[in-house]
Design a protein around this ligand. Structure first.
Ligand code: PBG
Length: 324
């Protein structure tokens, strides 16, 4: 049936009508807020390229976490900035390391907030790569041992979900067996399964102090030209025991989110990364974009593409807007 029998504008004529037929929800319960924890006391160091984001000491992190919980956001994704870095990233699996101490404090003071920990060596290695470097390249299998130790130390500290972001082959299986061997059979793994080598991570590397000293991450992160490969990455991680898979970045990769969801039917997270955040912030600061409208539209698009969970630096503001 065509015009005039059908008029698409009938169901758009007022907000109640539009509300009745809308297809995609954006709720605070779908959001995860990333946070950066650092040593010291009363530290709240602004990240220049990410307005509103800070490196926080544990006492301020706990305060922030309480606010996040009160806004109805179910969880945070935690990144650590260690006091010292070395070739092998040993502070990553130190039982008294920054993330391990932060997790313990969070689970003590905000027990019903899910604490998801990023597992990757790049913040802890002196060269800034995501694994152990041998002869100028990241050695996959040596790195797996470190990642498994790191994941286990997070679980022992009380982490609710372990999120490996390193892109080494076989890391989900290595982490799953390390967790299971120590009795953490109920700790889920959210794997950064389809993580692309992206220019949109720039601001994060300032926040987490994790820029590689030489080369780039193209020998382990994915090539932006590929889509079938993203499906393979996700299926492999699922085979190895991933409970939640992730596509990252989000906005330039909505096609990947859509495809991975359709082909796997697995719980899917999308990471609305630092560069995506900073672009909107910068344009809004210049008065070139309406921030609230642009953010809500961008996150709704990520949900519409098929993401169940959105990891985003906009989470607190969005939850506030949705409540108000
Ligand atoms: C660590 C890691 C990165 C991000 C999350 N975990 C950076 C990278 O791979 O260089 C990026 C997050 C963001 O840009 O918001 N491997």
């Amino acid at each position: 049936m065509y015009f005039p029998a059908y008029r698409m504008r009938r169901l758009r004529q007022n907000s109640q009508m539009r509300q009745l037929v809308h297809e995609t929800d954006l709720l605070p319960s779908r959001l995860i807020y990333p946070l950066f924890v650092t040593h010291g006391k009363d530290v709240r160091a602004p990240v220049g390229s990410m307005p509103g984001c800070y490196q926080l000491s544990i006492n301020n992190l706990v305060r922030e976490a309480k606010e996040v919980r009160e806004l109805g956001i179910p969880g945070i994704l935690l990144f650590g900035i260690p006091a010292e870095k070395d070739e092998a990233g040993t502070s990553a699996y130190d039982g008294e390391g920054i993330v391990q101490m932060a997790v313990a404090a969070l689970k003590d003071e905000v027990p019903d907030l899910l604490v998801i920990t990023d597992v990757c060596l790049c913040e802890y290695t002196s060269h800034g790569h995501c694994g152990i470097v041998q002869d100028g390249d990241v050695d996959n299998d040596l790195t797996l041992e470190m990642l498994a130790k790191m994941a286990l130390s997070h679980a022992e500290a009380g982490a609710d979900i372990i999120a490996p972001s390193d892109m080494m082959d076989g890391r989900v299986a290595a982490i799953r067996s390390a967790l299971d061997n120590e009795g953490f059979t109920n700790t889920p793994i959210m794997s950064y399964a389809a993580k692309y080598a992206s220019s949109f991570y720039g601001p994060f590397r300032e926040a987490a102090d994790s820029t590689p000293e030489f080369g780039d991450r193209r020998s382990y992160q994915m090539d932006a030209r590929n889509s079938d490969e993203a499906v393979r990455e996700c299926l492999l991680d699922i085979d190895e025991g991933a409970d939640i898979i992730m596509v990252k970045p989000a906005l330039p990769y909505l096609d990947i989110i859509c495809r991975v969801k359709q082909e796997t039917k697995f719980p899917l997270a999308a990471y609305n990364v630092s560069g995506e955040f900073s672009m909107i912030k910068a344009a809004a600061e210049k008065g070139w974009l309406d921030e609230r409208g642009a953010v809500l539209e961008a996150l709704t698009a990520i949900r519409r593409a098929g993401a169940d969970i959105i990891i985003t630096y906009h989470a607190k503001e969005v939850a506030g807007w949705l409540a108000g």
